[in-house]
Design a protein around this ligand. Structure first.
Ligand code: SF4
Length: 339
């Protein structure tokens, strides 16, 4: 599969009163054409900062990209001027945010909000932009699009507003769509409809999607590949099946154990005990060590290298070292299995 985006050793920090927060600590990732890659992890894992870095939305100060490369179709976006990155943003790479209400301008008709990007990036006439805005509203499933194009955001339900946000993001046929928790603010039925819509759009338009989420249910619905982030690092990556059915990292085991199961005899969720590391003082060794029931002495002082398993799976855990004791995954993991 052809690569469309590649992150190489991406490092992002923020200056705070309490010191430098090393939010992203050397991330390597690849997105292929037409695929959906999910980046999962708890809040503070670095997943949203990674997506903002791709969009050129890290404000400096306090933020700073300390190192690395973001290669879009082979060109390093970190070398682009502000003007060049603005051209890429919205046209080639666009983003859907979590809360549709804050993503929309309440004082502007939704048609005008869709047309804005079209006129800016595609230099088409107002008449053609309006026609395209109506087509886009129809594409994302808004009924009576020729009438609703002249309405304001408050006249739409939460789910419909998120469809409008998706229409805005798709206006210029972006090659990459970054969806940051796209369904978190919506109720479960609407969530399912928005996920169906995104899958549909990907099939029709061939857009590559980066899905940022803490919700493994959303991942199971949409992604082909998964990268699990913890403490500013990717700790495990692989195909959807590899991560869901053959996870090898204890943090991934914890995430899967905390996921509601369809046929579970109990509705009790298993939370991962403890808290994520303080990234003002990032640990020398494995960032999950203080919460890991299998931690060994080596884990405290030395960050494990990636070990490749069969297929495309890679895991950063000392348990995969040949000298480590054999540990089986807990019985509480698995999609749709019994807890
Ligand atoms: Fe646990 Fe050690 Fe593996 Fe980290 S490297 S997840 S502490 S076993």
């Amino acid at each position: 599969m052809e690569k469309i985006l590649e992150l190489k050793n991406l490092q992002v920090s923020f200056e705070t009163f309490g010191g430098e927060v090393q939010a992203v600590r050397g991330v390597d990732l690849t997105l292929h054409k037409g695929e959906t890659l999910a980046i999962v992890g708890e809040s503070g894992s670095g997943k949203s900062v990674t997506s903002k870095a791709i969009m050129g939305l890290i404000e400096s100060p306090p933020g700073r990209i300390k190192n690395g490369e973001i290669l879009f179709e082979g060109n390093n976006l970190l070398k682009y001027s502000k003007h060049q990155i603005q051209k890429v943003r919205g046209k080639d790479i666009s983003m859907i945010f979590q809360d549709p209400m804050t993503a929309l301008n309440p004082t502007m008709k939704i048609g005008s909000q869709i047309m804005e990007g079209l006129i800016k990036h595609q230099e088409i006439s107002k008449h053609d932009a309006r026609k395209r805005a109506i087509e886009l509203l129809a594409l994302v499933g808004i009924p009576n699009p020729d009438k609703r194009v002249d309405e304001f955001p408050h006249q739409f339900s939460g789910g419909m507003r998120q469809r409008v946000v998706i229409a805005i993001a798709l206006a210029c046929n972006p090659k990459i769509l970054i969806a940051d928790e796209p369904t978190t603010a919506l109720d479960v039925t609407i969530q399912a409809q928005i996920l169906d819509l995104m899958r549909d759009i990907q099939e029709k338009m061939g857009t590559s999607i980066i899905l940022i989420t803490h919700d493994l249910g959303v991942v199971a619905n949409l992604a082909q590949r998964v990268a699990v982030m913890y403490g500013g690092k990717i700790i495990e990556t692989g195909t959807l099946d590899e991560i869901f059915y053959k996870p090898k990292h204890p943090y991934t085991w914890g995430l899967l154990s905390s996921m509601p199961k369809l046929h579970a005899k109990t509705d009790k969720l298993l939370a991962i005990p403890g808290t994520p590391p303080d990234l003002r003082k990032p640990p020398k060794g494995c960032p999950f060590a203080p919460r890991c029931p299998y931690a060994m002495d080596v884990c405290i002082d030395h960050m494990p290298q990636y070990t490749a398993s069969s297929g495309s799976q890679k895991t950063a855990c000392w348990l995969l070292d040949e000298r480590a004791p054999k540990v089986d995954p807990p019985s509480t993991i698995g999609v749709g299995g019994e807890a």
